[in-house]
Design a protein around this ligand. Structure first.
Ligand code: FNR
Length: 504
């Protein structure tokens, strides 16, 4: 196993915010496949989607040696928060949502070696941001702006920026700009709309112009895309015209790039289907989730969704369905098989295992309390009796579990989309393994608290449990099976047996 991070050899980043064509931060859209595509088409800098500080602080950094990426994975639900490719080195800005200097600094220090710049969102008008004192709420609290940006500039060596909206007047906006400039940030982006204006309102190019004239640091102009996809504003020349008119140091593009990232290339936009296929190349390669891919492809397809193909696309419910619509199913399956194989070779069966290993989460032994011993004994006894009634003759090695007074615990949540077929689902693997080894079948006992569930599984006389609380009984059983597989060192079973475990 190659222990060297794909990112470790990279030189320290030095971002320049002058003369840059920039992919704007966009929730869901600004994920790895789109960022790479925008770079291929000529964007100089790419921003991630806004990620809230709390979520990043809940994450674990993982050096993904299969995909050759750095991943930040949410510890609480095992979902991917951020995936970064070394190809983005020198071009990547992470946008965070925050309302607190300490959290902002903690996040920035955590990601400093993986991204080239940190941007603070000060323009989001959505209720969840405003309620949390983030996004555009910060524009009413210059003291907070000052505290957050000053703390960030002082604590990381990569450039810090922020993205604001304009206020009702240029004077009021300039009051904020002066505060921003006093913190030592390298540049700031200004979206030429107020907090209460929507994307269909005309952008205030004149306000951006006035701000650029008075600002002491580079300004990145934003807001020039038209809500009409086919408008000449949403072309390379349209972007350049908006940029020139504002007089800004750089320009940042959201919607025009969301609908067609080839807008960054001077020779004119590429056909929509070509862009969809290039997007899928990256989405398949980097193992992106169906939800992100469907949403992004939908934005790119636009009116193509009215075609027969578009309707089939809209009905797709899995990544496999979606890829089949575009003739890419075989490629998806092959890539996923490769990823699976490679993960097995590296002894990585799922993100959960990687997480446990990297976080140095080790199985713990927990002594059962007296009531627990009695409870489990009674429940397992009843399951054993049931089993005996169902099987007239048993050819398995019965194990005496009467003496068990400890359980092996780990935090291993069950994440359904880590498992493609029923055959590699933890419970199925565990059952097959016990059958192959002529052991009694795994037995599960589940406890329920309000709406959450936790199971204990008994395998060969030993008990295993996951510390994660799951949303239903099935998931709870799967989570405990993961712990058993992990602790018993079970990596594979005979695939022939998996197809029909009862045969063995
Ligand atoms: C956005 N925008 C946005 N802004 C931001 O600071 N952080 C974010 O995560 C998002 N997310 C987001 C998602 C989507 C789908 C869209 C369309 C927009 C706002 C965006 O960055 C930009 O400021 C505006 O869209 C105006 O720029 P355009 O679209 O006129 O180029």
């Amino acid at each position: 196993m190659n222990g060297v991070s794909a990112h470790e050899s990279r030189p320290p980043p030095q971002l320049d915010y002058v003369g840059r064509l920039i992919l704007a931060p966009m929730v869901k859209i600004g994920t790895l496949p789109m960022r790479l595509l925008a770079l291929d088409y000529g964007a100089d800098l790419v921003y991630t989607e806004e990620i809230i500080d709390f979520r990043l602080l809940r994450s674990q950094r993982i050096d993904n040696q299969v995909l050759r990426t750095v991943d930040y994975v949410d510890r609480t639900d095992d979902t991917l928060v951020l995936r970064i490719s070394p190809k983005e080195r020198g071009h990547l800005v992470l946008q965070i949502g925050t309302s607190d200097p300490q959290r902002a600094v903690q996040v920035a220090q955590m990601v400093e070696r993986d991204v080239d710049g940190i941007d603070v969102n000060m323009g989001c008008p959505k209720a969840f941001s405003l309620k949390g004192g983030m996004g555009a709420a910060l524009l009413s609290h210059p003291d907070k702006i000052q505290a957050i940006l000053t703390a960030l500039v002082a604590s990381v060596s990569i450039p810090v920026t922020c993205k604001i909206r304009i206020k009702d007047t240029v004077e009021k906006t300039m009051e904020i700009v002066k505060v921003i400039e006093s913190t030592g940030v390298r540049a700031f982006a200004v979206h030429g709309r107020t907090k209460d204006e929507r994307p269909n309102h005309a952008v205030h190019t004149d306000a951006i112009q006035a701000i650029v004239k008075q600002a002491a640091i580079p300004v990145i102009a934003n807001g020039g895309s038209s809500n009409n996809r086919n408008s000449s504003d949403n072309t390379y020349d349209g972007i350049k015209a908006f940029w020139k008119e504002t007089g800004a140091a750089s320009v940042m593009v959201a919607r025009a790039a969301e609908w067609n990232p080839s807008v960054f290339r001077p020779e004119g936009k590429a056909p929509v289907m070509e862009v969809v296929h290039k997007y899928l190349d990256y989405a398949i390669h980097y193992d992106y989730t169906f939800v992100i891919v469907k949403y992004t492809v939908q934005q790119i397809l636009g009116s193509e969704q009215d075609s027969e193909m578009g309707k089939r696309f809209l009905h797709s419910a899995t990544m496999r369905d979606l890829c089949a619509v575009f003739g890419r199913e075989k490629e998806l399956v092959e890539r996923q098989d490769w990823i699976r194989q490679k993960s097995n070779d590296l002894d990585i069966t799922s993100t959960t295992f990687r997480f446990c290993r990297d976080a140095k989460i080790l199985p713990k032994k927990r002594k059962l309390s007296e009531p627990e011993i009695h409870e489990y004994r009674a429940k397992f006894q009843s399951l054993d009796n049931q089993e005996k009634r169902e099987c007239s003759k048993s050819d398995t090695n019965q194990v005496d579990t009467e003496e068990t007074d400890e359980v092996t615990s780990m935090f291993c949540p069950f994440v359904r989309n880590h498992y493609r077929d029923t055959g590699d689902i933890p419970k199925c693997l565990l059952l097959t393994w016990t059958l192959e080894n002529a052991l009694e079948k795994p037995q599960y006992v589940t406890e329920r608290t309000d709406k959450t569930f936790r199971s204990v599984v008994r395998v060969n006389g030993r008990l295993f449990e996951s510390e994660s609380w799951e949303k239903n009984k099935k998931y709870a059983e799967q989570a405990s099976a993961i712990v058993a597989l992990h602790c018993l060192g079970i990596r594979s079973v005979n695939p022939e047996h998996l197809k029909n475990p009862n045969k063995s």
